[in-house]
Design a protein around this ligand. Structure first.
Ligand code: HEC
Length: 459
């Protein structure tokens, strides 16, 4: 029987009762809050309080105080305790979440804290412009052994060009935000481009320099890789990592990539010793270290600089390192490693104590050293500083042989070919230059990518 009165009462009750919370979706409602307000401090690279909110497994695990939430019990959940209160603890040093957002989090936990789908971190795809608005900085350079082919890295692409003719440069695209290292293999048959995207991935791509085709690629870890070096046999590339490790990445994609954990900060550069058995690494932690390729262990911390190390190299008998401290030092590795044993822990190796015996210092540098390059025969060393000068030294007597004095400063990258007859320079200004080393004659100078407006000094 239809009773309008009862019906009205029913409707009234329905409206007066608090509305049941709408179904909260993790993906649609909760994730955007974490993404907007929390990820700055709670991701893989930066997990404050031991808590990551960008990964489902980590989210379920919680932080250093344990579980983030108890499903069904918002008021007993750490998450709610942190985002409420006067003022709330989180987001730290930022305005509190709105009442609406707090309610979403509360309802989500109240409804069982279900995770309907993994968060999708939408990253803007890497775009390589046909024409750049301004010349992008050249971040790394390499010369083929004969010095005829040059490879330079600008942002997400590698540009290959011939030094001796004006054939149009070839542009090789990558999906890296930034390429930090390019290098021809010692036989010149392969070209490596390494780098990655900050807080996402590190990686290396191997190209065939003759046709520019990708041979293989590999991703390593979750942050950009830094400068490194091909092994003398060309089978592995060693690259610095942001976590303080050296990454050893074989060209053969089926072979396992390895890591040597040894620095407490970014490894800025790595170089193989000529026999391929050891690695010299320089770090933002200001140390220069030698480690074993076979045991993957630290052999010795050979130097502690007053400032960040930006570049390392090896000649036949010395490790060479330099950085912001304006000193350029060689270290005789045989003497430096005498008595050093593989220690197992990696960090208990002998401290630097007889440094005076193995130090082979070069002349002081005019400014912070940004890059080093050694010729394939290891007889010449090129040094780029923030000053507009690139110096070339003979490694046997550490004497200066020549200098390029009006380089487009700051020079970020340099390379020599096998016999050291040619020097390639890459600048922050976007310019690339090739010189003959003995005469310092300029062979080529240009901006390797199309640029809409060349910045000129205002008059
Ligand atoms: C500006 C940095 C920053 C932001 C943004 C931030 N947090 Fe935190 N968070 C921290 C720090 C630092 C700690 C560690 C505090 C401590 O241990 O004393 C922490 C700790 C926590 C903890 C405790 C973890 C544990 O087990 O100890 C929770 C929960 C938390 N944050 C949640 C959040 C949420 C949710 C957001 C976003 C609404 C957020 N945080 C945003 C810096 C931040």
């Amino acid at each position: 029987m239809f009773n309008p009165w009862l019906n009205a009462v029913f409707l009234f009750l329905l409206c007066a009762l608090p509305a049941p919370a709408a179904d909260v979706s993790y993906q649609r409602d909760v994730w955007p809050i974490f993404k907007r307000h929390c990820l700055g401090c709670h991701t893989d690279g930066k997990a404050k309080g031991g808590l990551r909110l960008d990964d489902i497994a980590a989210l379920k695990k919680g932080g250093k105080h344990g579980a983030l939430f108890i499903a069904g019990k918002p008021d007993k959940s750490l998450l709610m305790q942190q985002v409420t209160g006067d003022p709330p603890e989180m987001p730290e040093n930022e305005p509190p979440l709105t009442a609406e957002k707090v309610k979403i989090l509360r309802d989500w936990i109240g409804q069982g804290a279900k995770i309907d789908a993994a968060p999708k971190v939408v990253r803007p795809p890497v775009v390589i412009p046909a024409t750049y608005a301004f010349a992008p900085a050249v971040t790394s350079v390499s010369l083929s052994p004969d010095g005829k082919l040059a490879a330079v890295a600008v942002r997400s692409e590698v540009v290959l060009f011939n030094v001796d003719d004006d054939a149009p440069p070839r542009r090789l695209a990558t999906d890296f935000d930034l390429i930090t290292h390019v290098e021809f293999s010692p036989d010149g048959k392969r070209l490596a481009a390494a780098g990655g995207s900050p807080q996402q991935f590190g990686g290396v791509i191997f190209f065939d320099p003759t046709d520019g085709k990708r041979q293989s690629s590999r991703r390593v870890g979750n942050d950009t890789l830094f400068k490194g070096n091909f092994s003398p046999d060309g089978q592995t590339i060693a690259l610095g990592g942001s976590g303080g490790a050296i990454h050893l990445i074989p060209v053969d994609t089926k072979a396992e990539a390895k890591a040597i954990e040894l620095h407490s900060d970014w490894v800025m550069a790595v170089a193989y010793t000529p026999d391929g058995k050891q690695l010299v690494s320089g770090s933002r932690d200001k140390t220069t270290k030698v480690s074993s390729v076979e045991s993957l262990k630290l052999l010795r911390s050979i130097d502690q600089s007053a400032d960040i190390i930006n570049a390392v190299a090896t000649d036949r008998t010395n490790a060479i390192s330099a950085g912001n401290a304006r000193t350029l030092n060689g270290f005789d590795f045989k003497l430096a490693l005498a008595g050093a044993e593989v220690t197992g822990s990696g960090n208990g190796a002998r401290p630097v104590n007889n440094r005076d015996q193995y130090l082979r210092a070069y002349e002081a540098q005019p400014d912070a050293v940004m890059a080093l390059a050694i010729s394939g025969d290891r007889k010449l060393l090129a040094v780029a500083t923030r000053a507009a000068e690139v110096r070339i030294y003979q490694t046997d007597n550490r004497q200066r042989k020549s200098s390029v004095v009006k380089a487009p400063a700051p020079v970020l990258a340099i390379a020599l070919n096998q016999d050291g007859s040619r020097l390639l320079i890459g600048s922050k200004t976007g310019e690339v230059q090739v010189f003959e080393t003995t005469t310092t004659k300029l062979l080529k100078s240009f901006i390797p990518v199309p640029v809409a407006s060349i910045k000129t000094t205002a008059r």
